[in-house]
Design a protein around this ligand. Structure first.
Ligand SMILES: Nc1ncnc2c1ncn2[C@@H]1O[C@H](COP(=O)(O)OP(=O)(O)OP(=O)(O)O)[C@@H](O)[C@H]1O
Ligand SMILES: [Mg+2]
Length: 610
């Protein structure tokens, strides 16, 4: 037996394929293995993972490492730095313009608009005045209702109330006119007095609709186009909330302040360009495209997002013992995102969403570096090890083992760090590209946009669908369907939003609505995978026109995602392209393409290494 192993060291997983290669045209695949990658991809720390993956696969064959004739590893291009979440603009919501939260018992429902009046001053309100009453902790609900009923009789229009304690329902029950009430507003004394406010409470199980829509806010406050643009982060922060208040503070109080985020310099093969990070992701990506092909991307040291690129270089240089000058950043993906920032002196401890840019940066694969890792692995295993080929090139060869595929064909390998695309024309010639940004970046965006600070939870939110536990015997899935259970569910998850992870229901420990979670999750996937799918396919196809690629095979761990293939298919179908998950060797699903390709491509070299 001539046992040959193909090893794909990825940013997240190390995959192995083992085949008996009896002659140059015959490979019988026998087993595969998969483990978590040890250390940063493309560094010597990967060796433990490679050995573990090889042992795992060989064990299935009752063989050991000595039985291997040859190990072929990929030329690994690490994507690190993951995402730099640097706030680029800070919308100062003057500490009191917005209250958005989910009190457990808001009162009434609907939209109320009026001028804010503390309950002690309510007696001075005139008939026909439109007011929103502020009720501090010191005023008992009976007394509050009494004073409000009194002025209602005098013709004052009370359109809503903001209450410090949680007695919104108790107050509303005693009022002669039912109004929307937002309660549990801890810092009520910070609410500006005598200002126009809009207050919205959704029915149980619903979410606010007017104040979570920028145009809704614009209508209420008669905002100009320019002002409407500035309140977009506020409306976004209110999406998915049961109740919301927006208070218009005097002109000039709602300001946009720019924090310099630094510059990024693109050094293209033909031209150079620079861009300020605070111009946003789109401009950054346009500048990058305009300078392609890129030799190196540099950041302005000492600045936020700019400095992040230099940190990537630093980390890689330390790990590989190369001079930082020799580490080249060959691609980056920038996406616009939001990060929740606690509103200073906020009223219900709410967060405002600040604009930010997320960046994933990819270091150029270094053949010499990989050769060193291969040499070290060879010593440890006492088996010949060679650097086989580049992932995207190997992946398309592996992908062709999917039943029903034929050339010309294109693939998209959706991994953890990079999205790779390749195209093989009728003559079997391959063109490929590696782009920064994939599954890790999606997880990172979910983590930061929800302010979770828990990557494992963010990963679960990414991978599984959600449901609301509506009773101990039934849940409502995120698509609205209801599922019943014969035995009662754990009371701990009652009334919670849960992640449906295999047979488990994991409650989300924060007060997010399903709508909000789903929106963040899907947008993160779109921003990364749809953007990168189009970006990469345009690069590999000879005419640069995505329309000319009829069939795209999706590969890699992220193509196992329950909605990513659909999002990509939808985006590609606008160009008349069909996308489908690969099934490597008819048994592996979309995984193992690179490892398989590393063995299949031995032929191309004439099998001379046997
Ligand atoms: N069921 C799933 N649903 C969604 N995402 C998944 C699923 N299973 C794995 N992933 C994601 O797939 C990614 C890992 O994919 P893969 O193993 O192909 O990457 P890799 O080859 O290690 O990375 P790279 O190719 O970038 O070096 C991770 O981001 C992981 O979250
Ligand atoms: Mg991969």
């Amino acid at each position: 037996m001539n046992l040959i192993a193909g090893v794909d060291i990825g940013n997240a997983t190390t995959e192995v394929a083992i085949a008996n290669v009896s002659d140059r045209n015959r490979q019988d695949f026998l087993a595969s293995g998969i483990v978590k990658t040890s250390g940063i991809k493309g560094t010597r720390q990967n060796i433990h993972g490679v050995i573990a993956a090889l042992k795992q696969a060989l064990k299935k064959l009752d063989r050991s490492i000595e039985d291997l004739k040859l190990v072929r590893v990929n030329e690994a291009a690490p994507v690190i730095g993951d995402v730099a979440m640097e706030t680029i603009t800070e919308t100062i919501i003057t500490e009191s313009t917005m209250i958005g939260h989910n009190p457990s018992t808001p009162g009434g429902m609907g939209l109320g608009i009026g001028v804010t009046v503390p309950i002690k001053d309510l007696q001075y309100s005139k008939p026909n005045e439109e007011v929103i009453v502020l009720i501090p902790r010191t005023v008992d609900f009976e007394d509050a209702a009494k004073s409000m009923n009194f002025v209602l009789h005098q013709g004052v229009n009370i359109n809503g109330a903001i209450v410090q304690k949680d007695d919104g329902v108790l107050i509303n029950n005693r009022l002669e006119k039912k109004i929307p009430i937002v309660d549990e507003v801890k810092l009520i004394d910070k609410v500006p007095i005598g200002m126009k406010a809009a207050l919205e409470v959704a029915p149980a199980g619903g979410v606010v609709e007017v104040l979570s829509n920028p145009y809704g806010i614009a209508t209420v406050f008669e905002l100009s186009g320019e002002e409407t643009k500035m309140i977009v982060p506020i409306s976004r922060a209110l999406i998915g909330n049961r109740s919301a208040v927006i208070i218009k503070t005097p002109k000039g109080d709602v300001k946009e302040r720019h924090i310099p985020a630094g510059k990024i310099f693109f050094e293209g093969k033909k031209r150079r360009a620079e861009i300020n990070v605070d111009e946003g992701a789109k401009k950054m990506m346009d500048t990058l495209n305009a300078t392609a092909p890129v030799n190196d991307i540099k950041g302005e040291p000492g600045t936020n997002a700019g400095g992040m690129l230099e940190r990537v270089r630093q980390v890689m240089s330390e790990l590989t013992k190369q001079h930082p000058r020799d580490i080249m950043i060959q691609d980056m993906l920038a996406v616009d995102t939001f990060v929740p920032q606690k509103v200073k002196g906020g009223l219900a401890e709410e967060f405002s969403m600040e604009n930010a840019v997320g960046i994933a940066a990819m270091v150029k694969a270094d053949k010499l570096q990989m050769q060193m890792i291969a040499d070290e692995l060879e010593k440890e295993l006492d088996v010949q090890v060679e650097v086989g080929g580049v992932e995207a090139d190997m992946a398309i060869r592996g992908a062709l083992s999917t039943p029903g595929t034929n050339i010309p064909v294109a693939i998209l390998d959706l991994g953890a760090g990079s999205t790779d695309a390749s195209f093989m024309n009728k003559e079997g010639k391959v063109k490929y590209v590696h782009l920064a940004g994939a599954g890790n970046m999606v997880t990172m965006l979910i983590n930061s946009e929800l302010g979770l600070d828990d990557m494992a939870l963010a990963e679960d939110i990414k991978k599984y669908s959600l449901a609301k536990v509506e009773s101990l015997y039934h849940i409502r899935h995120e698509d609205g369907t209801v599922q019943f259970f014969e035995h009662p569910l754990d009371p701990k998850i009652f009334a919670r939003v849960v992640i449906l992870k295999k047979n488990e229901m994991i409650p989300i420990p924060y007060d997010f609505s399903i709508e909000k979670l789903r929106m963040v999750r899907r947008q993160a996937k779109e921003k990364v995978f749809v953007t990168n799918a189009l970006r990469s396919l345009r690069m590999v196809y000879p005419t640069g026109n995505v329309r000319d690629i009829e069939f795209v095979v999706l590969l890699g761990g992220s193509s196992l995602d329950f909605e990513v293939p659909q999002l990509i298919t939808d985006a590609l179908s606008q160009h008349g392209v069909v996308a489908g998950r690969g099934n490597i060797r008819g048994i592996e699903g979309p995984r193992n393409a690179v490892a398989t390709g590393l063995i299949l491509s031995m032929n191309e070299k004439g099998g001379d290494s046997l």
